[in-house]
Every structure is written in C-alpha cells, then in structure tokens.
Ligand binder design. Structure first.
Ligand SMILES: C[S@@+](CC[C@H](N)C(=O)[O-])C[C@H]1O[C@@H](n2cnc3c(N)ncnc32)[C@H](O)[C@@H]1O
Length: 260
C-alpha cells in the first residue's frame, strides 16, 4: 500500500508567488526530497470566455470585484481528480483563506498534517462568490485579525508550518517539537557567540555544561515568558496536565498564580 505524502494543491491567479516556498529554504529542500508535494492551479486556465475573466462587479453595488464561482469550482474539481488518481488516493479538505475564517493555530496545523494536506484557495479582490464557498469549500481559515491583499501569503504560511512537521524536513526534528506552541509554551531565549556582546554576558548556566540545570533554566524562562506574554497558553497547558509540580512551584515563586 502506498503511503500518502503531505500534499497541497493551491488555487491562485498568481501561482508563481509559490516559488517563495518551492524554490527557497527548508520547504524547497523538503520538496526536492519528495517529503511533500505542491500542485498549483490557476483559475484563469478554467475560464470559458475570450478574456479569461475570473471576476466581476458585486451584485448590489459596492467597491471591489468578486471572484467568479465557476473557474474556482473547476480548478477545485481538477485538483480533486488528480488527488484521487494518486497511488495513495484521498480526498483532501478544501480550505479558503479568509480573514472571516477560523483562526489557524497549532492544533489546526496538527490536524492538517495528520489529514495529509489540503486544497487551499488563495483568493484576491473584495470577495469570492458566496455560492462557491457554500458548495465547494469545507472551511474558511484565517491567519490573523488583519487583512492582506491575497490568500497566497497566508497559504504559504500554513504550508511552511506544515512542512516543518514532516519528519526529515528539518536538520534536527527536535527543533519542531521544542518550538513555541509545540510544547504548549512560548520558546525560551537562545544565545550564541560571542560570550559577551555589548557588555551583556551569556547566562552563566548555559556555559556550565550541566544538562539538567540548562534544561530547568530553559523551562523556567519558557514558563516566565509565556506567563508575561500569553497567560492564556499557560492556563491551557495547566488544563492539559502539561505543567509539573516543579513548574507550578516556580510559577508561584514569580507571582504568576496571582495574575493568571
Ligand atoms: C483583500 S482580501 C479580502 C478581504 C474581505 N473583503 C474581508 O473583509 O474579509 C483578499 C483575500 O486575501 C486573503 N486574506 C486576507 N487577509 C487574510 C487573513 N487574515 N487570513 C487569511 N486570508 C486572508 C483572502 O484569501 C481574501 O479573500
């Protein structure tokens, strides 16, 4: 039986933008090594008129243009047909990147990777015809409470985050499990050479070679920074049983229990 490789089908009128992840860095190296697959679909290739129109004015008036349902629906169908023809056939979820969508976070990222990827619609302009969303899209996903000009950058953020979790994509797979959010906490500070920079020394414990003390110091800094910046993550980590009695004692010592 073939094992399904993480796969993303992206639907965008600017497919070349995805060179940013296909030709550079960790994602490019992983793509070259077959650790994930990328397929680009341009809705303009699925238009029926001489102008290759993919948008029109909104019914009811108002600013901006609205993307037509039909070219997007046909692009989704083409992506699906190719997914189903693969040796490890599957039906990937169809996600529309949108500021109106459910916030994308670490939990959602894990389920995306476990599900083997997605078809991502990176739209442009004012909106997409609601009937396309109602009939062809499983979920709308947002990368934050702000608006960018198109779904390409949000889609690339999601894909990059997903590829990092594929075993072998990073030089050291521990990087992905020790990072912010993966542990339930924000990451601890890191230092490199020189030992003194602008009169600021590297914390002495990191030079000690004492692995247990270094691990404890890092854990405490992660607890502290999470409490200061994202106290709700600390509460979630506690509710999930991810804080040890030693962690709780440290948090009590720094006064975190009074505020969170
Ligand atoms: C200019 S925006 C449209 C914004 C839309 N009129 C609204 O107010 O919700 C064009 C496209 O960029 C993408 N986009 C913009 N901000 C986004 C965000 N925060 N998360 C995900 N996609 C976003 C979406 O694909 C969106 O359809």
């Amino acid at each position: 039986m073939s094992v399904a490789v993480l796969r993303f089908d992206v639907i965008s009128i600017f497919p070349a933008m995805f060179d940013a992840i296909a030709a550079h860095g960790i994602t490019a190296r992983a793509l070259e090594r077959g650790l994930w697959q990328l397929q680009r679909w341009n809705p303009r290739d699925f238009t029926n008129d001489a102008y290759r129109s993919i948008d029109d004015r909104p019914y009811g008036g108002g600013p901006g243009m609205v993307m037509l349902a039909q070219p997007l629906a046909d692009a989704i169908a083409a992506a699906r047909a190719q997914q189903e023809a693969m040796p490890a056939a599957r039906r990937l979820p169809v996600l529309h990147l949108s500021p109106r969508g459910r916030p994308f976070d670490h939990e959602r990222l894990l389920s995306l990777v476990e599900g083997g990827g997605a078809t991502l619609i990176a739209s442009r302009y004012e909106a997409v015809d609601q009937r396309l969303l109602d009939t062809c899209v499983d979920e709308e996903v947002s990368v934050g409470d702000f608006v960018v000009s198109g779904g390409e950058l949000p889609a690339m953020m999601m894909i990059d985050a997903a590829v990092r979790l594929v075993p072998g994509a990073l030089n050291d797979d521990r990087s992905a499990t020790e990072e912010s959010f993966a542990t339930g906490l924000l990451d601890c500070p890191q230092y490199t050479s020189p030992e003194r920079y602008r009169d600021l020394p590297v914390p002495e414990v990191l030079l000690s070679g004492h692995h247990a003390r270094i691990a404890r110091w890092r854990r405490e800094r992660a607890l502290e920074i999470t409490w200061q910046r994202r106290p709700e993550l600390l509460q979630a980590a506690r509710a999930a049983g991810r804080l040890s009695p030693v962690d709780e004692r440290f948090l009590a010592d720094i006064g975190a229990h009074e505020r969170d």
